[in-house]
Design a protein around this ligand. Structure first.
Ligand code: CIZ
Length: 309
């Protein structure tokens, strides 16, 4: 087993030799973020993928993220180090079930959160991310009926903010559902000046505690404010690395889960990406993300409609 310094060096060499870049999500381990050419949310990374001057894109993230990159950059080889790295939200919406729901609701437009499989995106009218969900929904005519998939928490947040009554798929992110009011209030009593920054994938009673609710990118930008000196971080723990890099003078507190012995709430799937499997994946140029062309084109339509708004 190579040591971390050797691995970093070996990965850099492979990147140069193979004209490869590494895109890493904010939720990955800090060592992974350190070898990445870009770190960001899934949308920003996919947009980077599409314009990147590279032959190979290694996506350090979970499957739906790498699929989105492949949809937007069909001519590049997209590698995903851990094929079984999935997402509970994406898994909560099955394409066949969505096909049936579409048939039962022919007058509804399907708006899908980016955390979905490529097959679900192919059945979607328009995609959104947590950064642009409110904007996308507000851009649709008020009388337009909408079926929002798959996140019931993000969907109900959008309904509350926009006054709409979208029909919601009954899915959730198992990681964000772990945040509890009790644990956040406990931290708040220890750090009364801290701002509570919450991802809208959390349950409504948790979002209700927020000084600010928004995407990872939104939360990171909010931390730049002068009046934000301390932060209670109510999203996946990997974001802490970027927060401390950007704002070394501010204090960040991670929330403990209600149950178990862990000190913070993390996505086990995305944490499966390591320097070791990145090195091996680049070396072997496998596993590669392959998407059937008709599915890719249909999914690209839903993503492009989002990007054009
Ligand atoms: O869109 C993403 O990357 C996810 C999963 C969350 C966020 O808010 O950035």
């Amino acid at each position: 087993m190579k040591k971390q310094v050797d691995l970093n060096k070996a990965i850099e060499e492979l990147k140069r030799e193979k004209r490869a870049i590494i895109l890493a999500h904010y939720y990955t381990n800090s060592q992974v973020q350190q070898v990445a050419d870009f770190v960001g949310d899934s949308l920003a990374l996919s947009e980077k993928a599409a314009v990147a001057d590279a032959d190979i894109i290694l996506f350090a993230g979970v499957r739906f993220m790498a699929e989105t990159a492949k949809v937007l950059s069909p001519d590049k080889k997209v590698l995903l180090p851990v094929v079984e790295a999935g997402c509970s939200l994406a898994d909560s919406c099955d394409a066949e079930e969505l096909r049936r729901a579409r048939e039962e609701n022919p007058d509804h437009l399907v708006v899908s959160y980016v955390n979905t499989s490529v097959e679900v995106k192919a059945l979607t009218d328009i995609c959104c991310t947590s950064s642009n969900a409110l904007e996308i929904v507000r851009s649709l005519p008020e009388e337009q009926k909408i079926l929002f998939v798959p996140d019931r928490n993000l969907g109900s947040y959008i309904n509350r903010c926009t006054g709409r009554n979208m029909k919601l798929w009954d899915g959730c992110c198992k990681v964000h559902e772990e945040f509890s009011v009790a644990k956040i209030e406990e931290l708040k009593s220890l750090h009364p000046e801290a701002k509570v920054l919450v991802h809208p994938e959390c349950k409504p009673e948790v979002v209700a505690l927020a000084d600010y609710a928004g995407s990872t990118a939104g939360i990171l930008s909010y931390c730049a404010r002068e009046d934000v000196r301390e932060v209670i971080v109510v999203t996946e723990s990997g974001i802490l690395y970027e927060m401390e890099e950007r704002y070394p003078d501010k204090k960040f507190y991670l929330v403990e889960p209600e149950e178990g012995v862990e000190k913070c709430i993390s996505c086990r799937d995305i944490k499966k990406v390591t320097l070791e499997n990145i090195y091996q994946t680049l070396l072997e140029e496998s596993p590669e993300v392959v998407i059937e062309e008709s599915v890719r084109k249909a999914a690209a339509g839903a993503i492009q409609r989002m990007l054009k708004r």
